[in-house]
Design a binder for this molecule. Structure first.
Ligand code: HEC
Ligand code: HEC
Ligand code: HEC
Ligand code: HEC
Length: 322
């Protein structure tokens, strides 16, 4: 079936019966609405356990009734971190504090370095309150405690777009700064050290994130959306997605393929197909050198070309040419 399907496109063998069979057997690719233009929100906290998070230090982290709770553990502080690192994103956190306390939302924290923190403090100690950004000193100061729900839930939106960091607390912007020190890192929560914070409980009921696309990525995503309309299974294809993040679209590799997109009979191939035995050579036009991490299993010989990169990477076509 697969071979027929390919012949269909390459080819000149298309007969009406094949076209009809194509529809009934369902090889014709489903045509659907393209995926939404905005990246979607993903919850980092699942409401039931700490999957996706890891603690450092000795604070106590629990989940009760859908709420993540951090508190000192026999006077010991600590932090809770996402397993993954994030670079450009909007992060939305809904939280509440039991005072006296000192906590914060960490973001872009590389391992073994502090990164940035959106402080969860009251004004008494430092003259600044929730919504302030700290990174080895205050990068911004929010002194307006009237916009803080000291004893109730707050929602903070943290935007990290390149060097620009913007904090919006309960709908009020509290920081808009430029800082180049940390481009990427973990997100986390803090339980601060200090006997006077012994009663503190930092509670989080929602923590969700969506990526902010670079211009190159947004442009590649716009091109890919035209292809995803029919090539639905490629929306999750690893080679497509890792390259889309780099601004390399389907069209970068296969050409704009306008005739292919517009051909209702599906007889016109895309502008560029890469024969399986030429894949390694093609990929090497951008990946001239591959790190040692990549076991280049069978180098070319006089008789055989180099093994196709797609045999190990992604879910693009795997069979050799007919
Ligand atoms: C209107 C539907 C439609 C759109 C839009 C579309 N394709 Fe296709 N494409 C098909 C069909 C149908 C096939 C044949 C089935 C298959 O090989 O999986 C195909 C096959 C292909 C193939 C394999 C060709 C071969 O010889 O094996 C490539 C590569 C391809 N498309 C790339 C693209 C790219 C790149 C875009 C966007 C620029 C795109 N397509 C947009 C319907 C479409
Ligand atoms: C980084 C370059 C690159 C990108 C990006 C890329 N492709 Fe491909 N594509 C290839 C190569 C190389 C092959 C041939 C693979 C092989 O023979 O192992 C291929 C093969 C295909 C095939 C034929 C596979 C089959 O099963 O018949 C389709 C269909 C296809 N690509 C569609 C797409 C679509 C749609 C996109 C974007 C959503 C896309 N490709 C993005 C390089 C790329
Ligand atoms: C138009 C240029 C271009 C082409 C063609 C291209 N790549 Fe890439 N690829 C990139 C860039 C840029 C990156 C990101 C930087 C890097 O990791 O080298 C990347 C990253 C990757 C990564 C690493 C992804 C990660 O998460 O670290 C893999 C694997 C990869 N490419 C495989 C391939 C394969 C296989 C092909 C051939 C089908 C291919 N590339 C063709 C530009 C290209
Ligand atoms: C025999 C399997 C295999 C083949 C063939 C292969 N790779 Fe890889 N490659 C890997 C593995 C395993 C890794 C490391 C884990 C990972 O990042 O997926 C890797 C990593 C990579 C990376 C990211 C590592 C880095 O930092 O540089 C790139 C880019 C890459 N490969 C490109 C290619 C290209 C281009 C080809 C074809 C010329 C190719 N690979 C052929 C298995 C393979």
């Amino acid at each position: 079936m697969r071979r027929l399907r390919l012949t269909l496109l390459r080819g000149f063998l298309m007969v009406p019966a094949a076209a009809a069979a194509c529809a009934t057997l369902g090889w014709a690719l489903a045509q659907t609405d393209p995926p939404p233009t905005e990246p979607t929100w993903t919850s980092l906290f699942n409401g039931t356990d700490l999957a996706g998070w890891k603690a450092t230090g000795n604070a106590k982290w629990t989940v009760q009734d859908g709420v993540l709770i951090g508190e000192q553990n026999a006077g010991q502080p600590g932090d809770l971190w996402t397993e993954r690192e994030y670079d450009n994103f909007e992060l939305s956190v809904t939280f509440k504090m039991v005072w006296p306390g000192n906590s914060g939302v960490w973001f872009r924290c590389p391992d073994k370095q502090p990164g940035y923190q959106m402080d969860i403090l009251d004004k008494q100690e430092y003259g600044v309150t929730v919504g302030t950004i700290y990174a080895n000193g205050f990068l911004s100061r929010n002194e307006d405690e009237s916009i803080v729900n000291l004893n109730d839930w707050n929602t903070v939106l943290i935007l990290c777009d390149g060097p620009r960091l913007v904090v919006t607390l309960n709908g009020h912007q509290t920081a808009d700064v430029t800082d180049e020190r940390f481009a990427k890192g973990r997100i986390g929560f803090q339980v601060h050290a200090g006997d006077h914070y012994a009663p503190m409980r930092i509670m989080v009921k929602e923590c969700k994130l969506r990526r902010v696309l670079s211009q190159a990525e947004a442009e590649a995503a716009a091109v890919n959306r035209q292809c995803f309309v029919c090539h639905v299974d490629y929306t999750e294809e690893p080679l497509t997605l890792t390259h889309q993040e780099q601004g390399v679209s389907c069209a970068t590799c296969h050409g704009e393929s306008k005739l292919h997109i517009d051909d209702e009979d599906r007889k016109t191939a895309p502008d560029r197909m890469i024969a399986h035995h030429k894949v390694a050579r093609f990929c090497r036009t951008c990946h001239a050198e591959i790190a040692e991490a990549c076991p280049n299993a069978t180098p070319p010989t006089d008789d055989e070309p180099e093994q196709a990169c797609t045999e190990c990477h992604g879910k693009h076509k795997l069979e050799p040419d007919e």
